[in-house]
Design a protein around this ligand. Structure first.
Ligand SMILES: Nc1ncnc2c1ncn2[C@@H]1O[C@H](COP(=O)(O)OP(=O)(O)O)[C@@H](O)[C@H]1O
Ligand SMILES: O=C(O)[C@H]1O[C@H](OP(=O)(O)O)[C@H](O)[C@@H](O)[C@@H]1O
Ligand SMILES: [Mg+2]
Length: 354
């Protein structure tokens, strides 16, 4: 091993907020999303003689105080942690880049590594904690295997990240991965022809300064986006006209939202955020959205804020059209209801807007 091979590699990936148009990204729609710097996942790669994955002490527990503790933990957080995401990332990376599989035909070196991760993204909260872990892991592998730049194009990487979750049977769309790779604020059009012929959408980075101050509200309420999406997906695939119509209305919100942002028309922006949530409610129904998630939106709306889901549930994003005084009232109201509120910090852009 050369000196270089002993270096430890570490990469970070931020959470994201699906700002407008989600979840139409998984249905040939359009979305606007932004990178959320408040929380992030980190993956570390340490050279080693074999390929090893270190379970996270909190997210991948292998030991419990009692049978009851174990049952409670599984009831609340399910069976899965991030370890399977690390493994699936390595599998998809191998299949994509190595010769003779499907791949790009690079001869990958045969040195081993140990992957471990940490994250402070609230678990399964619709902030895309899953793809943050995958993207951070993929960045480590791209660096360790010295994949040439021309084989890691910024508009192709999101589809590779999505493949990892598809490998695990997690129903997900592309928007999370696009904004996590691009950073900043991005408008995305998942045009059917582009998606079917090029396996990617059309991505347009926007100036994050166009966003008004936004607030993140969340609660401890794990929801698996795969589960949330599976029924609607079935209906959509079977050609349900009602779902198709509603989904294209959701997509239109991103297109209209883009004009609002460019024109700094924040009154109309607030209306669009509310409409986005109302359409989601019609598409998925209250039972799938979950009481606590609906309560967060209603709490924000009760003080006149506009509010919608950031992802499939667990966190919401709010905007106070009347400014700072209203934001103070929002924060007090949400905290009184036991929700956490933070001002959204937009993550750095790696691709500049025009
Ligand atoms: N914070 C986390 N720590 C460990 N694993 C996670 C975390 N969040 C998500 N996962 C893994 O990703 C899978 C899919 O999560 P998902 O519902 O997409 O959550 P999110 O909204 O955070 O992306 C989970 O079943 C789990 O295996
Ligand atoms: O329902 C949504 O808005 C999003 O749900 C998933 O994101 P998650 O953070 O896991 O809840 C999905 O991956 C996105 O494509 C959807 O837009
Ligand atoms: Mg996810």
């Amino acid at each position: 091993m050369g000196k270089e091979d002993h270096r430890r590699i570490e990469h970070r990936a931020y959470a994201r907020v699906g700002f407008l148009g989600n979840p139409s990204d998984a249905y040939f729609g359009k979305t606007i999303s932004f990178s959320l710097a408040n929380v992030h996942a980190t993956v570390s790669l340490e050279p080693s003689s074999t390929i090893r994955f270190l379970p996270h002490p909190v997210h991948d527990p292998g030991e419990f105080g009692s049978l009851q503790d174990m049952a409670e933990r599984l009831r609340g957080e399910g069976y899965y942690g991030g370890l399977r995401l690390l493994m699936a990332t390595c599998k998809v990376f191998h299949d994509f880049y190595s010769p003779g599989v499907a791949g790009e035909g690079i001869s990958l070196h045969d040195r081993g590594f140990t992957l471990s991760y940490d994250t402070n993204i609230p678990r399964q909260s619709g902030l895309s904690g899953s793809s943050a872990i995958v993207w951070a892991a993929l960045k480590c592998l791209l660096e360790y295997y010295e994949i040439p730049n021309e084989l890691q194009q910024v508009d192709s990487l999101p589809s590779l990240i999505l493949r990892v979750e598809e490998e695990l049977g997690i129903t997900a769309g592309l928007q999370d991965r696009v904004v996590q790779v691009y950073g900043g604020l991005v408008f995305m059009d998942f045009d059917k022809i582009s998606m079917e012929t090029k396996k990617k959408g059309i991505y347009k980075p926007m100036d994050p300064e166009l966003l008004p101050p936004l607030y993140l509200i969340y609660t401890k309420n794990p929801s698996d986006s795969g589960k949330v999406h599976s029924d609607v997906r079935k209906k959509w695939l079977s050609g349900d006209q009602h779902i198709h119509k509603l989904m294209s209305e959701v997509a239109e919100i991103a297109e209209e939202g883009r004009s609002c942002l460019l024109n700094r028309d924040y009154t109309s922006l607030a209306t669009l955020m509310d409409k986005n949530f109302d359409l989601r409610r019609q598409i998925f129904g209250d039972e799938v959205l979950g009481d606590i998630n609906i309560k967060m939106v209603e709490r924000a709306r009760s003080v006149g804020a506009a509010c919608k889901f950031t992802g499939s549930g667990g966190a919401v994003v709010a905007f106070c059209p009347k400014g700072q005084l209203q934001a103070k009232v929002l924060i007090a109201a949400c905290e009184a209801s036991g929700f956490t509120v933070e001002a959204c910090q937009i993550g750095p852009a790696s691709v500049t807007h025009i």
